[in-house]
Design a protein around this ligand. Structure first.
Ligand code: ADP
Ligand code: ADP
Ligand code: ZN
Ligand code: ZN
Length: 748
């Protein structure tokens, strides 16, 4: 058996480690958050694979690719081409759907062009992204934006009084003059008093040429009504590209396209049917129902195509995405859903001897769905690929052929391999992971008494079936249910819309500014600057990245960004300050022997020992409590993972009281040991008089809840109802709940 061999790896916190990873096997990398898993898998293995791949291109191409530096390692041998399947959302535009991105839609098009009746052409005639197939009314988008007249016009006013409320249509503007100077209206007449025909002229009038005054004299111009004008200058020119998009969207309402009724295709394509259904009917069905419909297609020349469609659909279903329809826009998918969709694409590929790297593929998955996903990881392996998975989930670790446990702790206290070998050995290992694999957390003994209830009544968004449910206050509520059951819809859409004062602690980026770091975000930087200023008898402003004390070359960033068109920017350490960010004279000021630059290089854990002053100490305690003690104070927030973003937001809330907090899968990125830590934090939030509502699959969190709201029974149209509300102990007795079933197994 051959191995990927890494010797002397030193990226980030790695302590000169060497390891052998078996090829064509599943290797799971585990260890507490910040221990160094990503430094091995992404920064060493994936980076070196990408670098070697780039070497194979011509100089011309290479000069146009981002430069991958050699990872800090003595050697990385025997690599195969690596594909990283992470949680970045599949952005794209409204033309990118689950069907197009998985290639299932193009297979269906082929199928319709061969055996559909009456024939509509070949396969482009079924593509909503091709002029041959797209609906002429909505140009293949399925929706149409129209001007919302109630918002665009104030009927109690005349043109002269500013009846047109649209941006760029104010009194005196060019657009306003095309109406007011047209001679077609009484400019002092209130719109409410317009006759039927004046109203029609205002909205949809066309030509004839009218003369109207401009600064340069009188010019002929074709008159055009407001609705058509707005359509022509904004809507058709893809509103998304307009700088004042947000402002314009206020005045637009989006409706299903009246011609194709959302099917995106022209009438010829929609008339073409197989077994009575057109291609849009198929695209609108949930994938798991579509499987049955496609399986029944019985036609001699279709067998191969049908088999190819079925294979991909079954992958979608087995990865827990059977509730998605092919026409679902990829822009509306969550991070976990996006990752699984990418996985389906690769499962359909016939490439072998690749290295597939997964970053926590269980994000967003209920224990029931994890088992199915494990099957797909095995399938990738059995095709002859090497599968590397960064994961904390017990059930995934259990299927590993090989485990690499990184630790013992985070940051400077991690960076070593504490266990390497099979799963059986891990169960006996003395590492944090080993200990947690052996011991299941029991159900908690008592549950808090609610202080009141926040109610949602009659919720019907997406798949919710007229849901009425209470969220108790003053306790920890966990919302559970299989993927697609409606958790995010209920909590993130409906609950938040009706209780807008709730504080959302989610995984979205904390800040995109490269100047933000844990110190600035938590307010710690202000305290630190004050302390340095007091010690040196100078102004606190001197110690700001934005002041004249900052290095003039890099403006206090410590690094220089070189932008390459269409590529990620390339960074290099600033040569003037050597990455220290400040001018020499600023760095001469010290606090207890450390310069401002030294302090920014400290981890939050180190800083907590260094700063004993009450204010900074309190902030640092909070950062350490949320398990981010390994972060450097000056590390750009843009380098934080989703889970880390969520925890740093949490750190900023720890001293508050009387709030309602909503969290979406707070255990993302957390090792079993980190989860215990998180539970302590959630407890202290609740004990301080707050309400916490979390969407979560992690059974350790479920067992720690005071109250459970379980949605289901399944995903998509088979979900959307509350199948259980009560304490975790009552959940154990519940029938018809997948969560109950897996909780019983876990405790059993
Ligand atoms: P894990 O994947 O186990 O959570 P990482 O490999 O991401 O851990 O991190 C290991 C250590 O390296 C942590 O202390 C982390 O803060 C640090 N680190 C990771 N990426 C960077 C970076 N780009 N700059 C500075 N420190 C980093
Ligand atoms: P969960 O959070 O439990 O995984 P969701 O609330 O995300 O479930 O999804 C519930 C149902 O609503 C699913 O059928 C899903 O496909 C559908 N859905 C969610 N978001 C959208 C959206 N933006 N557009 C259309 N359907 C959606
Ligand atoms: Zn249309
Ligand atoms: Zn500099």
């Amino acid at each position: 058996m051959s191995h990927i061999e890494i010797t002397g790896a030193r990226e980030n916190n790695l302590k000169n480690i060497s390891l052998k990873i078996p090829k064509k096997q599943i290797t799971v990398f585990t260890g507490v958050s910040g221990s160094g898993k990503s430094s091995i898998v992404f920064d060493t293995i994936a980076a070196e694979s990408q670098r070697q791949l780039n070497e194979t291109f011509t100089t011309f191409v290479r000069n146009r690719l981002p430069k991958y530096g050699q990872p800090d390692a003595d050697g990385v041998e025997n690599l195969s081409a690596a594909v990283v399947i992470g949680q970045q959302r599949i952005g794209g535009n409204s033309r990118s759907t689950v069907g197009t991105i998985t290639d299932i839609h193009s297979l269906l098009r082929l199928l319709y062009s061969r055996i559909g009746t009456p024939p509509a052409g070949y396969s482009n005639a079924f593509s909503f992204n091709d002029p041959a197939g797209m609906c002429p009314e909505c140009e293949g988008v399925g929706r149409k934006m129209t001007l919302d007249l109630d918002r665009a016009l104030d009927r109690s006013k005349s043109l002269n009084e500013g009846a047109m409320l649209l941006p760029n249509f104010g009194v005196g503007t060019w657009f306003w003059k095309t109406f007011a100077h047209s001679g077609l209206f009484d400019n002092d007449k209130k719109l409410a008093d317009y006759t039927e025909s004046e109203w029609e002229t205002l909205l949809r009038g066309q030509g004839p040429d009218v003369m109207f005054e401009t600064q340069g004299g009188t010019v002929p111009q074709k008159y055009e009504g407001l609705v058509d004008k707005f359509d022509r200058i904004y809507i058709r020119k893809d509103i998304d590209t307009k700088a004042n998009r947000e402002a314009l969207l206020e005045f637009v309402s989006t409706r299903t396209c009246p011609l194709c009724r959302g099917a995106r295709l022209n009438q010829a394509a929609l008339a073409c049917r197989i077994d009575g259904r057109n291609i849009a009917d198929l695209a609108a069905m949930e994938a798991r129902h579509l499987v049955d419909v496609v399986a029944r297609i019985d036609h001699p020349i279709a067998a191969t195509m049908v088999a190819a469609v079925l294979e991909r659909l079954r992958h979608l279903v087995s990865i827990g995405l059977g509730y998605l329809s092919l026409d679902r826009a990829t822009t509306t998918l969550s991070g976990g859903e996006s990752q699984r969709i990418k996985m389906v694409r690769h499962l359909g590929s016939s490439l072998t001897d690749m290295t597939y790297i997964f970053d926590e593929p269980t994000v967003g998955l209920h224990p029931r769905d994890v088992r199915r996903m494990n099957g797909l990881l095995r399938e990738l392996r059995d095709k002859g690929n090497t599968v590397l998975v960064v994961e904390h989930d017990r059930d995934v670790i259990e299927i590993a052929d090989h485990v690499v446990d990184v630790g013992p702790h985070a940051g400077a206290h991690g960076g070593e391999i504490v266990y390497e070998g099979g799963v059986a050995g891990l169960h006996r290992a003395g590492t944090l992971t080993g200990r947690h694999m052996r011991h299941n957390r029991p159900l908690k003994a008592g549950f808090r008494e609610p202080t009141g209830t926040l109610t949602v009544t009659g919720a019907t968004a997406h798949n919710l079936k007229d849901v009425t449910v209470g969220f108790p206050t003053g306790v920890l509520t966990v919302v559970t249910g299989v993927a697609g059951s409606g958790k995010s819809t209920l909590v993130n859409e409906v609950f938040l819309a009706r209780h807008p004062d709730a504080v959302v602690i989610d995984q979205s980026a904390v800040s995109r500014s490269i100047r933000s770091n844990p110190a600035t975000y938590t307010g710690l930087m202000d305290e630190i600057r004050r302390l340095f200023a007091k010690a040196g008898g100078v102004s606190p402003a001197l110690f700001s990245f934005n002041s004249k004390g900052a290095c003039p070359q890099c403006q206090g960033l410590g690094i220089i960004y070189t932008d390459l068109a269409f590529m990620d920017a390339v960074t290099s350490t600033c040569e003037v300050c050597q990455g220290r960010r400040f001018r020499e004279e600023v760095l001469r000021h010290t606090l207890r022997g450390r310069s401002i630059s030294d302090v920014l290089e400290m981890t939050a854990g180190e800083a907590a020992e260094f700063f004993t002053e009450p204010k900074p100490a309190r902030v640092l305690r909070a950062v350490n409590e949320v398990g981010l003690g390994y972060l450097k104070l000056g590390q750009p927030l843009s380098s934080l993972s989703g889970g880390e973003c969520q925890r740093i937001k949490l750190a900023g809330e720890l001293h508050k009281t009387g709030s309602v907090y909503v969290m979406d899968e707070p255990t993302t990125g957390l090792h079993m040991a980190d989860v215990r830590h998180l539970l302590t934090i959630m407890d202290s939030l609740v004990d301080a008089g707050n309400t916490v509502i979390a969407i979560e699959h992690n059974l350790d969190v479920v067992k720690h809840a005071d109250w459970i709201v379980d949605l289901g029974p399944d995903g998509g149209d088979q979900g959307g109802t509350v199948v259980f509300e009560g304490t975790p102990r009552q959940l154990l007795e519940a029938a018809g709940s997948f969560t109950a079933e897996y909780l019983r197994r876990d405790l059993g």
